[in-house]
Design a protein around this ligand. Structure first.
Ligand code: ADP
Ligand code: ZN
Length: 731
């Protein structure tokens, strides 16, 4: 453990609290003193709040009035590198430091005293009579050397009854002891035999392993089509990290998808790693936080906020599916976990691996420029080949009104059913139909709180707002013209596609995978496992299915509307469509059966569709990069969004206009301001949202200019301002 500076009792210390204040507060070090970085409880007015000893006190507050720190929490002090990381990420994202600290202390019960429990420890004394069962218990104790278990846990581990364990206590071979309730994680064994890697994979794994052994910072793009073994390869980098005695973190985009993943990790290392996500229980989160902080969790599998855990010795961060947009948090503290992972790693001399079949343009450009290393896995593992991809030109297909499965696609599906293989239809639209329109006046139903159109969800017989989740019944009469019985669904949603599929294939077993159709992540996981085991002929899915599931029997992917997503004026639309289509297509033919991907499109000559079909990815990225460069947008220029919100639109607009008029600090660095304009989501939960967009050249002090620009802004009443550096949506 690193040597931290120490403050003696009574010395003046500066404490950063999680309260929204703009600076550290001074206190006196408590009885017994405290380390720099110690987590403490301090008095603030009548309350006691959580804080961290951030440095010596500033000294401008009357010493006589200085209050002492209440107590030092029983957790390892925050390391210097973590304080640096929080400071730098606060500076980068223009987030107040206390909000950053809140991200880093999001474990319940941190300030509770550690609760104790009775555990058993070996005494070194042998029992008078050794039996098989006793032997098993003692070897379990040895195997988990250093870990403490209760009698019940030990019995379970050894596969014996608790009376065997109690017998050993009576014999003096084990004795009772008090230990903290939070259980350490079982030891992961990096030296268990992994899979035998192909030449390609082994070369990539070696390079990553060397990077880890070097003990310095470095970022590598690990690129390879779905199924090429990226996971196998980076698990070897994890193994190298564990061998080096350092901690590893694997970030995944969607936590619902880890059942299969955790099983793989367990198979590789012989025990389950720590898991960090919002769905975990309070006790589990607390345990992870504490154990990571004590260096007793070697590997964490987590969602983006796992970056803010208090690692003691972090040596490797994997960002799997690095292009995934869910890594970007754009409410509250706006940060991109991928970029923060790189920053975090630089602070603690760790390696980063960005894994993807379809990297983000930012990452691709960084690799081209030599800032990141790049490793390519060329082929899919084993005999699996990339599916053959073809467009179905919808202009030439004859379909009955309000149906979406073309005769060509239907034929391909029929062939799969006859062969006992699976088909997947992909449509990235939840619900029954994207709009419900009045056939009398053309009016539609909008959400009362947001400005979005409500989407019919037939399974729950209601309309739902995809922005805020608000639901209401489908009205009989049109809310605009009051005419009754004329409200009709228009366009395809995944549920409606389900009805069409059932009508076309009455005998088939159909599974609809859409996040809102499952009561819990567990239910979804279960369904996915059933499908993988062959309990469905046709799978219908939203973008949920684009991500890393293995369906060995799947040989056909039909993309219902490949044009969806090409229409947006969003600059990233092409990139997103490209990524999504490639990912979906990658679902087919993973095992030993070759796959086929058919894309229904009305514009087969569109450059994005052509790039997807030709498979010439490098050409696609080069063209995209050139376009971004010409437009001066990321990654070639810099952008930031300022979102203003409030209950009354005029007040929000006024603030926006005032900011736009007084743009001196921005002009000084040659930046431009656009707006105010309605934010991409113009109203959320009754709050109007207006956005200003800032565009600047690379290498200009953008954050500094923005900070000076917004500082004088008057946030009267219920007005809020939030900064989003590198926003996902440009326009
Ligand atoms: P990716 O992460 O690129 O999608 P995976 O690592 O998940 O690819 O590999 C796809 C499938 O192939 C998995 O089931 C994996 O276990 C298997 N696989 C990949 N490489 C090997 C190997 N060298 N030996 C055995 N199985 C492998
Ligand atoms: Zn709404």
């Amino acid at each position: 453990m690193q040597e931290q500076a120490f403050f003696n009792e009574g010395e003046r210390v500066g404490v950063l609290t999680t309260q929204p204040l703009d600076r550290c507060l001074d206190y006196r070090a408590p009885e017994g003193g405290c380390h720099l970085g110690a987590y403490v409880e301090v008095p603030l007015g009548p309350r006691r709040v959580l804080g961290v000893i951030w440095g010596p006190g500033a000294g401008d507050f009357d010493s006589a009035k200085l209050r002492p720190v209440n107590r030092v929490l029983d957790v390892a002090p925050m390391r210097d590198e973590m304080r640096q990381f929080l400071t730098k990420s606060a500076d980068y994202t223009l987030t107040p430091l206390p909000a950053m600290l809140r991200l880093a202390t999001r474990a319940p019960g941190l300030s509770d005293p550690v609760s104790m429990r009775k555990v058993l420890r070996p005494t070194g004394q042998m029992p008078d009579r050794m039996t098989d069962a006793r032997e098993r218990v003692l070897s379990a104790v040895e195997e988990y050397g250093g870990l403490a278990f209760t009698a019940k846990e030990l019995a379970d581990l050894a596969g014996v009854t608790t009376s065997v364990v109690k017998g050993l206590v009576k014999q003096g071979a084990l004795r009772d002891e008090e230990a903290p309730r939070d259980l350490p994680y079982p030891r992961l064994d990096p030296d268990l035999p992994g899979k035998t890697l192909t030449e390609d994979q082994a070369a990539a794994a070696n390079t990553l392993g060397e990077g880890v052994a070097g003990g310095r910072y470095g970022t590598t793009l690990l690129k390879g089509v779905t199924g090429s073994g990226k996971t196998e390869v980076y698990l070897e980098a994890v193994a190298a990290t564990l061998r080096a005695g350092r901690q590893a973190l694997v970030l995944l985009p969607e936590i619902a998808l880890t059942a299969e993943f955790l099983k793989r990790v367990e198979q590789r290392f012989g025990a389950t790693p720590a898991e960090w996500h919002s769905g975990a229980t309070m006790t589990e989160r607390r345990r992870v936080w504490r154990m990571v902080g004590q260096g007793k969790a070697q590997l964490v599998i987590g969602a983006r906020s796992a970056l803010f855990l208090p690692y003691q010795n972090l040596g490797l961060i994997i960002v799997d599916e690095e292009h995934d947009t869910s890594y970007k948090q754009d409410e509250g503290v706006c940060y991109n976990a991928r970029d923060m992972a790189v920053l975090r790693a630089a602070m603690c001399s760790a390696q980063v691996v960005l894994a993807s079949a379809t990297p983000s343009l930012e990452t691709w450009v960084n690799a081209e420029a030599g800032k990141y290393k790049r490793l390519d896995l060329a082929a899919r593992f084993g005999s699996a080949v990339l599916p053959e991809m073809r467009a179905i030109d919808m202009r030439a297909e004859k379909l009955p009104a309000s149906t979406w499965i073309s005769p060509t696609l239907k034929q391909a599906m029929t062939a799969r059913i006859e062969r006992g293989e699976q088909s997947l239809l992909f449509l990235n639209r939840r619900g029954f139909a994207p709009v419900t329109i009045c056939r009398a006046c053309g009016g539609h139903v909008t959400c009362d709180h947001c400005d979005s159109r409500m989407v019919e969800h037939r399974f729950m017989k209601r309309l739902m707002c995809h922005q805020c989740g608000e639901t209401k019944p489908v009205p009989d009469a049109c809310p605009t013209c009051q005419v009754e019985g004329k409200m009709a669904p228009v366009g395809p949603g995944i549920e409606r596609l389900g009805e069409e599929t059932a009508a076309l294939f009455p005998e088939a077993r159909i599974a609809v995978l859409s996040s809102d159709l499952f009561a819990s992540a567990r239910a979804l996981k279960q369904r996915i496992e059933e499908i993988a085991a062959g309990e469905a002929d046709i799978i219908l899915g939203t973008q949920l299915v684009a991500k890393g599931h293995n369906f060995p029997l799947l040989t056909l992917v039909g993309v219902i509307d490949a044009d969806l997503g090409l229409q947006g004026s969003d600059l990233r639309a092409a990139e997103r469509t490209f990524q999504l289509m490639r990912q979906v297509a990658g679902r087919a033919g993973r095992a030993d059966k070759p796959g086929e991907a058919l894309m229904q499109t009305f514009q087969p000559e569109h450059p994005v569709i052509r790039a997807i079909l030709s498979g010439d990815e490098e050409a696609f990225w080069r063209a995209e990069a050139a376009e971004r460069q010409a437009a001066g947008v990321p990654p070639y220029g810099r952008m930031a969004g300022i979102v203003l919100s409030g209950p009354e639109l005029p007040a929000v607009m006024d603030l926006g206009m005032a900011l736009a008029r007084n743009d001196g600090p921005l002009r000084q660095i040659g930046a431009q301001v656009f707006g105010p304009a309605p934010a991409p989501i113009a109203r959320i939960r009754g709050r109007h949202r207006v956005r200003l967009l800032i565009k600047a050249s690379k290498g200009t002090p953008l954050q500094d200019a923005i900070a000076r620009w917004i500082k004088p802004a008057r946030l009267k009443g219920d007005l809020r301002l939030s900064v989003d550096i590198d926003p996902q949506n440009f326009f």
